[in-house]
Write a protein that binds this ligand. Structure first.
Ligand SMILES: Cc1ncc(COP(=O)(O)O)c(C=O)c1O
Length: 358
């Protein structure tokens, strides 16, 4: 049985690994908001009855209008989806059979969606500390129709400066390459910069966002994309009607009213992530320069971390393995920034690991 491609699957993961799952384990492989679901995700009984019994709007028209106001973009440039994952698959379908470049290590669904659609998938694998070399990128763009860039990146947590993003976009423009910037974790950064404001200028830019992680609504599913009106129309043409269910449409509009959650979460995450980094480095681990709610942990010599992974599971900590990420190959573990108590539990287990006789 192979290890699952996603986090948040602790029982399937431990079974595949052949290690017993301990009830009460803490799941550090899930990267949703550690402070919990937004209070604005609540709904009344009558909202629920309506969401279950009535057909929702076919393309979430009211939610799209609310998003357009929230993001200050024209609604012709917006499309909501059943999670950002749905939109990734539609984009891969539109570019079926074409050449796609992935900047890896990255979210596994880009590859899965592109391969399922017969794309010719190429990969530029970045090395620790995962900086992008524009010259090297330029050398890989000839003939590339579509490129996926995850920023901030899952699984490293690192991101690119606005200058680097602009350089990447200009470089892609010269090669007629469409660039998808996946900003699924955008809201978790304390210092948030995006190219959404410049979207009118970049016909070849697509921005993806997810609402499932920040607002803690992974089960309801909600994401959206921002792109040129013509590209939005092409995706809309293949998106089944009612793809965003009634509950997600209702909750999505309410969430946009939650003005405090994003800032409070981002501020908490920064403080807690920096505390963890300091403590982990004191224990001689390496920690990626993440700007979001997860980070990569490794040993200085970059050895395979399977023994540590098993030790953590036996001590009720579920990490995210990295065997499925091109360029990481099990030499890192992805760990979420959780509550203070949960993070302290992780630190004490790692301390035990360090104190073990070799
Ligand atoms: C980088 C990235 N993009 C997109 C998604 C999918 O998000 P959603 O839950 O909105 O489908 C994920 C989910 O983990 C992700 O990590």
């Amino acid at each position: 049985m192979s290890l699952p491609d996603h986090g948040a699957n602790p029982k399937i993961f431990t079974k595949a690994l052949g290690v017993a799952y301990e009830e009460g384990s803490i799941d550090f492989s899930v990267n949703t908001n550690p402070l919990g679901m937004s209070n604005y995700a609540n709904f009344t009984q009558s909202d629920l009855k309506e969401a279950i019994s009535a057909y929702p709007e076919p393309h979430a028209e009211q939610l799209t209008a609310a998003l357009a106001r929230y993001l200050k973009v024209d609604k012709s440039r917006l499309l909501a989806g059943n999670g950002a994952a749905e939109l990734i698959f539609h984009l891969a379908h539109i570019y079926q059979g074409k050449k796609v470049l992935l900047i890896e290590p990255a979210f596994s669904e880009y590859r899965d969606a592109c391969e399922a659609n017969g794309c010719e998938v190429e990969s530029l694998v970045l090395e620790d500390p995962w900086k992008i070399n524009i010259k090297q990128l330029e050398g890989r763009l000839a003939g590339v129709d579509l490129m996926f860039l995850c920023a901030p990146n899952n699984p490293t947590g690192t991101t690119y400066s606005m200058e680097e993003m602009s350089e990447i976009l200009n470089c892609a423009k010269n090669h007629n390459t469409i660039v998808v910037i996946d900003e699924a974790f955008y809201d978790f950064q304390e210092s948030r910069q995006t190219l959404i404001g410049d979207i009118n200028q970049f016909q070849h830019l697509i921005i993806l966002r997810s609402m499932t992680k920040m607002y803690g609504i992974a089960g309801v599913r909600l994401g959206y994309m921002i792109a040129s009106p013509s590209l939005i129309q092409r995706v809309k043409n293949i998106q089944p009607p009612w793809s965003v269910n009634g509950l997600a449409q209702k909750i999505g509009q309410n969430l946009l009213e939650d003005s405090t959650l994003v800032n409070e979460t981002a501020s908490y995450i920064k403080t807690e992530r920096l505390r963890m980094k300091t403590e982990l480095e004191k224990m001689d681990f390496s920690v990626s320069d993440s700007v979001v709610n997860f980070y990569l942990l490794s040993e200085k010599d970059k050895r395979d971390l399977r023994p540590l992974m098993i030790f953590l599971i036996e001590h009720k900590i579920i990490p995210r393995h990295t065997y499925s990420f091109n360029g990481l190959n099990g030499r890192y573990l992805r760990l979420a920034v959780k509550t203070k108590d949960e993070n302290n539990t992780l630190l004490s287990v790692l301390k035990k690991w360090r104190e073990q006789p070799c």
